[in-house]
Design a binder for this molecule. Structure first.
Ligand code: NAP
Length: 349
């Protein structure tokens, strides 16, 4: 007999700092959708992988942001890789792989207009659609090119440099002829950044980091790509060159804080005439196809390397995976495997 229900993860209680496993989210059961329940233009998909993103913590707060807060009882939103199992669409067939924003659920009904066909380029793999060729790869691309306006000879400093976004930023900056310093939270990550071609990488957890950072930035910073905010942003401001560009991509160090803090030396923006600019990748949605094509080209030529950290254990592992992101467990893109496509390496939390 086939399965009669599937599960989703819904918001149960808004956290005040870190999410609390077993309290912030709860599992909800749903009846399996039958083929005859689908309307024209709809498909039924099985979720294979969830994208786990730092911004998810912000969606749980009842505050004004670039998307409305998740409601209590609502299924956790997020990008996924899924497989079409039943189709009433002329554009998709059973067996097709797609990406969509159906969130933390094992199955979903989606409209064809909300699905993106998944193409695996030469040298690529299915999961790149959520990493190097997905939102984080695109964030790196538009952040460093459009906001950072990186050019040959620039000295670029990247925080969160071994993450999904940061690792792609470092490599694009190198492709554009910049000198790159990456900031990361472990010695293993320092080594990986060197393999990626970074000129230098520093572990910000080293007790001597402030001194090392000062020495490593003696030529002063042209472009700072910030994924973490907090004390690292303050240090970067103290080493900014006149007319430098600060790409404000994220501030993960503050996402779980009940009392977020900002840099004390914000007046450096004035005295060094810094252009500090935030952005949300979806502002560039019309340009995604062209950017994805260029990223895929770099990937197929071997000019773009990537890693991913896959958490196994199905939907139930998603909340712990989200917590692990703030502990720096991942190198490269963090994903949760909901349903195995084939035997892939992964971690159990
Ligand atoms: N603006 C946009 O449109 C946009 C889109 C996507 C992502 N983002 C932002 O980009 C940043 C990176 O996102 P991602 O998806 O690529 O995640 P990620 O970098 O793959 O993962 C997060 C990494 O952040 C580091 N980290 C965690 N807590 C930290 C802390 N307190 N201080 C310093 N580093 C810390 C950890 O690495 P370490 O081991 O090195 O600490 C962790 O691996 C996030 O801030 C995210 O919000 C922005």
């Amino acid at each position: 007999m086939g399965q009669s229900t599937y599960q989703s993860v819904v918001l149960a209680k808004r956290p005040t700092s870190l999410i609390v496993p077993g309290e912030t989210f709860t599992m909800k059961e749903h009846e399996i959708v039958k083929a005859e329940d689908l309307k024209d233009g709809e498909v039924l998909v099985d979720t294979l992988y969830l994208s786990v993103d730092p911004a998810m913590r912000g969606w749980l707060n009842d505050t004004r942001s670039y998307v409305p807060p998740l409601k209590i009882g609502e299924t956790m939103r997020g990008a996924v890789i899924a497989k079409v199992v039943v189709s009433k669409s002329s554009k998709f067939s059973a067996g097709d792989y797609v990406t969509c924003y159906t969130g933390w659920r094992e199955q979903a009904v989606a409209k064809e207009k909300d699905l993106m066909p998944l193409e695996v380029p030469a040298n690529g793999q299915l999961t790149d659609a959520l990493g190097a060729l997905g939102t984080t790869g695109l964030t790196a691309y538009f952040g460093i090119i459009n906001i950072g306006k990186v050019k040959a000879g620039d000295f670029v400093v990247v925080s969160g440099a071994a993450g999904a976004t940061g690792s792609v930023v470092c490599q694009i900056a190198k492709l554009k002829g910049a000198k790159v310093l990456g900031l990361v939270g472990s010695d293993d990550k320092v080594e990986w950044l060197k393999e990626l071609g970074c000129d230098r990488a520093l572990n910000y957890k080293d007790p001597n980091f402030p001194t090392q950072f000062k020495e490593a930035t003696k030529d002063l910073i042209d472009v700072f790509f910030d994924n973490v905010g907090g004390e690292i942003l303050e240090l970067a401001l103290s080493r900014a060159k006149a007319h430098s560009r600060f790409v404000m991509c994220g501030s993960i160090s503050q996402y779980n804080s009940a009392n977020p803090t900002g840099p004390k030396n914000i007046s450096m923006i004035i005295v060094m005439r810094i252009r500090m600019e935030g952005f949300i990748v979806y502002d560039y949605a019309n340009e995604f196809p062209a950017a994805r094509k260029e990223l895929a080209q770099w990937l197929s030529e071997g000019n773009l390397q990537r890693k991913e950290t896959i958490i196994k254990g199905g939907l139930g592992a998603a909340e712990k995976a989200l917590l692990a992101l703030y502990e720096g467990l991942n190198t490269g893109k963090l994903l949760v495997e909901v349903k195995a496509v084939n035997a892939s390496a992964g971690l159990r939390l």
